[in-house]
Ligand binder design. Structure first.
Ligand code: NAP
Length: 247
């Protein structure tokens, strides 16, 4: 397309020099638990950064319904459902970024005697095992140079566990950290870098109204960590601002 002698085909997504669509050269990301909270803000900021985003929700599209962007694809996906994950992954060509963000809090039981074992297993399933299941299914679409973010928590740090309590949530994030580190060597050999992230204490349904950080502040830090992440950093356990966390 030529307007006043200026070739405008770039603006239409066509690269006149390479003869390919810019759209196909766009980086592609998958975000789980993207209908609210940190996942929704990640989706917004990834779109702003020029990513093609596959955002997933469990039951309700939530805030995703209000985003009008041709680079957003919305998928219904429960992170516990292997067949459902496979259907979503099969519909995607390739992935440069996988963000395992979906997670649940626990019952905040006040004593050992109050721990609901059935729910504790559910927390472990969603927070520890399901990110591994999603990663396992996504592996075929991740390539050399791709990055994986595991949304963990400072509460998964054993050395930081001074107050105790939050039994299942803490244990689930510690297990997620170990699953991640155990996967790291295999991912290294594939050229895929992994970061274990604490988003900070963030004002979401999970973080509550007293949290000091907005989703926008937390996610802009996470975006910087993703941008700088390379193979030499794979397996780091960091806060959204890049500060390292003791295991
Ligand atoms: P949130 O507002 O409670 O959102 C949690 C998200 O996870 C929701 O989209 C939820 O979907 C989704 N989810 C839960 N179970 C799922 C399942 N089985 N399948 C698919 N999606 C599921 O929490 P958030 O604060 O944004 O937390 C995001 C991540 O950051 C979590 O992994 C959390 O542990 C971690 N984190 C948060 C904080 C904080 O201060 N907020 C601190 C440390 C770590 P539904 O709407 O369907 O429930």
């Amino acid at each position: 397309m030529d307007i006043n002698g200026i070739d405008c085909s770039w603006t239409l997504g066509l690269n006149p020099y390479l003869g390919m669509s810019l759209v196909s050269a766009m980086k592609s990301a998958l975000v789980t638990g993207a209908n609210r909270g940190i996942g929704l803000e990640l989706t917004r900021q990834l779109l702003e950064s020029g990513f093609n985003v596959h955002a997933t929700f469990r039951t309700d599209e939530g805030g995703l319904a209000a985003i009008n962007d041709p680079n957003l694809s919305i998928h219904k996906m429960d992170v516990r459902d292997k067949d459902g994950i496979k259907r979503v992954i099969d519909s995607i060509n390739s992935l440069d970024l996988l963000i395992n963000n979906a997670g649940v809090a626990d019952g905040r039981w006040q004593s050992i005697s109050e721990i609901d074992m059935e729910y504790a297993l559910e927390v472990l399933n969603i927070n520890s095992v399901s990110p591994v299941l999603v990663t396992q299914q996504a592996l075929a679409k991740l390539t050399e140079g791709s990055k994986i973010v595991m949304m963990s928590s400072l509460m998964g740090s054993i050395s930081d566990c001074r107050s105790g309590r939050s039994y299942a949530y803490r244990a689930s994030k510690t297990a997620l950290n170990m699953f991640s580190m155990a996967m790291k060597n295999e991912l290294d050999s594939l050229g895929i870098s992994l970061v274990i992230m604490h988003p900070g204490w963030v004002e979401t349904d999970m973080g509550g109204p007293n949290a000091p950080l907005s989703t926008a502040e937390s996610v802009s830090g996470i975006m910087q960590r993703i941008e700088e992440q390379d193979m030499s950093m794979s397996g780091r356990y960091v806060e959204f601002d890049g500060s390292p966390i003791e295991w």
